[in-house]
Ligand binder design. Sequence first.
Ligand code: HEM
Length: 158
Amino acid sequence: MGVDEPGLPSLYDWAGGLVALRRMIDCFYDRVEADDALSGFFPGGVTEHHRGHVTDWWAEVLGGPDTYTQRHGGYESMLRHHLGLAITPAQRHRFATTMSLAADDAELPADPEFRAAIIGYLEWGTRLAMENSQPGPGAVEHAPTPRWGWGVAPPYQG
Ligand code: HEM
């Protein structure tokens, strides 16, 4: 169940759990590897290690198991990976739209409520990643891993 939305399934369960999220992440990085704007971030291709860790991050954010916090270093580790990348607005936009396409590739649920929720997280997360990737201080150094929910448009329960 969602961490703070009693009576509603978590976004993680709605997506189809870890297997479905891994499918989305694989579709995403397969596209990234062929993308002129994004492939340069991953010289030599996107490793199995990276794909697995990012899947665990998304699973935790969407209300699944807290594996990323327990085993991969949590928020601080995710933040560290983005420091200094100097992500541009165009690269951020490409990243977000590519994930939306990957959700289609992976045949995640296509209902408006689920897609609105994950796109909301993507807009939020990519903008934070872009800000935190710029030179100089400014990033929030310690925080819990975020937990995302349905927001203002949960599944309709007439
Ligand atoms: C919702 C937005 C994002 C999420 C959830 C996310 C998630 C993550 C996570 C969890 C890691 C660490 C993986 C590990 O523990 O090994 C990571 C690393 C990385 N991310 Fe992101 N990221 C986001 C946005 C971006 C954007 C916009 C870019 C670039 C355009 C980017 C580029 C990278 C790169 C290059 C690394 C690996 C750095 C390295 O291995 O040194 N990320 N990301």
